[in-house]
Design a protein around this ligand. Structure first.
Ligand code: 5GP
Ligand code: MN
Length: 527
């Protein structure tokens, strides 16, 4: 029977494996597992000469000793019951013990000793090492992945692409260096406009721009915020946005920048007091902290830790907000530390209200409330202000289409990438597939035309009813985007019909592509 030989190295040691071409997939995996002397829960990663990960399967392309593959072994899921046994300890419980120890020390000594920080760092870095490979689970390297579709995958809640420590340290250094430089007046003015292009700026620069927002709204002086505390806060925020396609640090920036722009465009500084403005800006900064790229429907269906913890009630938004206050718990990050208890309580209540309002399942409820109070809107009425703040964070949150097309369109690509990741995972895990995320059903125009018509415009129009000057800044570009995607939708439709037509015209004996088939234009190019 035909067999193939695969040459590879494991820990620098040359090995070769031979197996029949019709060998069962599991046997091939076991063969490599044995060669690597890997444990049953370890993950094997095979790299080709280009450094790409390739699947360990009977279909592996044969190679030669000169084009050796590289086999690597990495530790597996850090919390599974079996692994707790194998490791000899439970990482989660270790973290919990460390947390409660830290709390006790903090209560008694008022300051966390360096040794506790060091221990936390070590535990965190260990967790990062263990988790950094989990996103590879779809490669089929985890043994249990394809088992029973009725129960959620054991990896659902940890398939988070956390930022690497080195990346954070580097960005932090750049940020601190840059923050001492003066930001030009031109940039400061540009930052107040919805036309601002986020794609031109690196993460460290974005942190400087966030600092500028706090400075130019006079928060530093009004609330006695120390610059190093603000910087530490912004760094922690940056660190706790994950590397995912859409809900990442750049999205945090865009939402905050739109909120900042709206505050200036509506002259809100002369209408409500600065504590409310501080609540609005900080809520925007924190509103998607530690988003994992899977929405509430997924959290609930997959019965994730978040859904369990928050009883299916806005699990993500509750989490974003909890992480925000977790960051603020650390004195060195607490930008509110010089405020009175009374002021802090008000800010906390406000931020919770704003972040929880970003759950889109509450969209109609919040918009209806706003419409009801609009005819009698009174800036001195706290209930009215609360609803306005919720509306403004909602507008900022979904405001990509209010930006210039070349800024907005890449954001749609990011959003759809995240949506498709989720629906792919839902299919893999046998969970209900969220229809607007299904790559087999959704296109850019189909995604945007409905969203703009039924969600964006009705919301934006109400805010512009209160602030008519906003019309040109946020409504006009959204209408343009609607036209653009409507045209794109028609082009897609035309192309589909052309294809059907050409297929009909091809005789059964004809081979190859029909002539005259239109080249995909910019408007019809596939995603
Ligand atoms: P989030 O708080 O998750 O950032 O924003 C709310 C949700 O609104 C997003 O998760 C997404 O479902 C939806 N959304 C925001 N912007 C767009 C957009 O431009 N198009 C579509 N189709 N949905 C959007
Ligand atoms: Mn958001």
């Amino acid at each position: 029977m035909a067999s193939k030989i695969i040459y590879f190295t494991v820990n620098g040691r040359p090995e070769q494996a031979e197996f029949p071409i019709d060998c069962p997939a599991q046997d091939v995996k076991d063969l490599f597992r044995a060669a690597a002397e890997a444990g049953p829960h370890d993950i094997l990663k095979l790299y080709n000469t280009k450094g790409n990960i390739i699947n360990i399967s009977p279909q592996l392309a044969p190679n030669s000793p000169h084009s050796c593959y590289k086999l690597k072994v990495v530790a597996a899921d850090c919390n599974s019951a079996e692994l707790v046994d194998d490791l000899g300890f439970d990482l989660s419980s270790l973290e919990k013990r460390l947390q409660s120890l830290e709390k006790r020390i903090l209560t008694e000594a008022a300051e966390t000793p360096v040794i506790v920080y060091e221990m936390k760092r070590q535990v965190e870095s260990f967790r990062e090492k263990l988790e950094s490979v989990e996103h590879l689970s779809w490669l089929g390297l985890f043994k249990n992945m394809s088992e029973g579709t009725h129960k959620p995958s054991p990896f659902y809640h940890k398939r988070t692409l956390r930022k690497a420590r080195e990346e954070c340290v580097h960005v932090r250094e750049q940020f601190i260096q840059m923050s001492s430089l003066e930001v030009s007046e031109e940039v400061r003015q540009y930052l107040k406009k919805p036309t601002f292009d986020n794609w031109q700026w690196e993460d460290a620069e974005i942190m400087v721009l966030l600092q500028v927002m706090y400075t130019d709204l006079d928060f530093i002086s009004t609330f006695n915020i120390e610059l190093d505390v603000l910087q530490q806060f912004l760094y922690e925020v940056y660190r706790r946005y994950n590397n995912i396609p859409f809900h990442n640090f750049k999205h945090c920036f865009c939402v905050t920048q739109m909120m900042y722009g709206l505050i200036w465009l509506t002259d809100l500084r002369n209408k409500i007091d600065s504590i409310d403005l501080l609540i609005m800006l900080t809520s925007a900064v924190c509103h998607d902290l530690d988003h994992t790229g899977y929405n509430n429907a997924y959290q609930i269906n997959a019965r994730t830790e978040l859904a369990l913890r928050y009883n299916d009630i806005s699990p993500l938004e509750n989490h974003h907000c909890a992480v925000a206050f977790e960051i603020l718990e650390k004195t060195e990050c607490n930008i509110f530390r010089n405020l009175s208890m009374e002021q802090f309580k008000r800010i906390r209540e406000g931020i919770i209200k704003c972040i929880l309002a970003t759950d889109m399942t509450r969209h109609i409820e919040i918009l209806t409330k706003f419409k009801t109070i609009l005819p009698v809107f009174d800036f001195s009425n706290k209930d009215h202000r609360d609803v306005l703040m919720m509306i403004m964070i909602k507008v900022s949150d979904i405001s990509n289409e209010a930006r210039p097309m070349d800024v907005a369109e890449p954001w749609l690509d990011c959003l759809l990438q995240e949506f498709f990741n989720q629906s792919d995972m839902e299919k893999l895990e046998g969970l209900p597939v969220t229809p607007f995320m299904d790559r087999d059903k959704v296109t850019k125009p189909s995604s945007q035309t409905g969203f703009i018509r039924f969600v964006l415009l009705p919301l934006f129009i109400e805010l512009a009813n209160l602030f008519p000057s906003l019309e040109q800044h946020i409504i006009d570009p959204v209408r343009k985007a609607l036209d653009y995607y409507t045209e794109m939708g028609k082009a897609v439709e035309r192309e589909k019909q052309n294809r059907v037509q050409s297929e009909k015209m091809i005789k059964p004996s004809t081979s190859g592509q029909p002539e005259g088939h239109p080249e995909p234009s910019r408007a019809t190019k596939p995603l």
